[in-house]
Design a protein around this ligand. Structure first.
Ligand SMILES: Nc1ncnc2c1ncn2[C@@H]1O[C@H](COP(=O)(O)OP(=O)(O)OP(=O)(O)O)[C@@H](O)[C@H]1O
Ligand SMILES: [Mg+2]
Length: 222
């Protein structure tokens, strides 16, 4: 499967979700490649950090990664999809040539959306991009996943999201909501996923959220 994590808005959690899912796939012994299409290279840095973890800190499965830029990504992804079981593409935070190019070949796109920045305008840009891509890439399945949602149960972003869904043509909402949890930042700094944190750093709720997202995306492939 080629999974694209993309959004035209920056800082919504693309790299966070890509790296967490990549680590989980690697831990399930899946043959995966992380493709970083963002010139900031955060996902590649995460993978490099993961490589450099000393053995005495734990035994973490390596995540292979490459950086790819420009419109050739479409061809590169098609070639790579014959060599890897799963390809995870981390797109940059804007309407880039990489985002459009990857949209034309991927099987799924997950679009992280920050609950606090919820706005129909942002989503309608992605809705249009996905609708256009689906003309040529009919298998493309697109979901929005709310990230950094408040942990306060009184704040109900999920409900407002569901109300927006009716106005969208090609996007549906993920069943999973990822909440604002410091474990995501702790894991990112160390080249890990939240499911790999231990002792005082472990946050079982963050781990549950990533496991649920993993199941929703890859569950049918097991
Ligand atoms: N669920 C979360 N809980 C806490 N912090 C989070 C969560 N998701 C993301 N963050 C933090 O928010 C910041 C932005 O996340 P991230 O880098 O994944 O976004 P991005 O969409 O890849 O950004 P860019 O558009 O710059 O590539 C990071 O500091 C990250 O650690
Ligand atoms: Mg990023």
């Amino acid at each position: 499967m080629i999974l694209l994590i993309g959004a035209e808005k920056g800082g919504t959690g693309k790299t966070t979700l890509t790296t967490n899912l990549a680590a989980e796939l690697a831990n399930q012994n899946k043959d995966i490649l992380l493709v970083d299409t963002d010139t900031q290279g955060s996902a590649s840095k995460w993978a490099a950090m993961r490589d450099s973890i000393e053995d005495d800190q734990g035994d973490f499965t390596r995540v292979a990664s490459v950086q790819k830029f420009g419109s050739e990504i479409r061809k590169d992804l098609l070639d790579l999809s014959h060599r890897y079981e799963h390809i995870l593409v981390d797109a940059g935070g804007r309407d880039s040539v990489e985002l459009r190019s990857a949209l034309s070949v991927c099987d799924k796109i997950y679009i992280p959306l920050q609950a606090a920045q919820f706005d129909i305008w942002t989503l309608s840009v992605m809705d249009k991009l996905v609708s256009e891509a689906q003309i040529f890439n009919q298998k493309l399945h697109a979901r929005v996943v709310i990230n950094r949602a408040s942990t306060n149960p009184k704040v109900s972003e999920t409900q407002s999201a569901l109300e927006l869904e009716e106005e969208l043509q090609s996007l549906e909402f993920s069943q999973v909501v990822i909440r604002e949890r410091s474990a995501f930042r702790k894991a990112a700094k160390r080249g890990l996923s939240v499911c790999e944190l231990t002792s005082k750093d472990l946050d079982p709720k963050a781990a549950q959220e990533i496991t649920a997202l993993y199941q929703e995306i890859f569950g049918d492939d097991e």
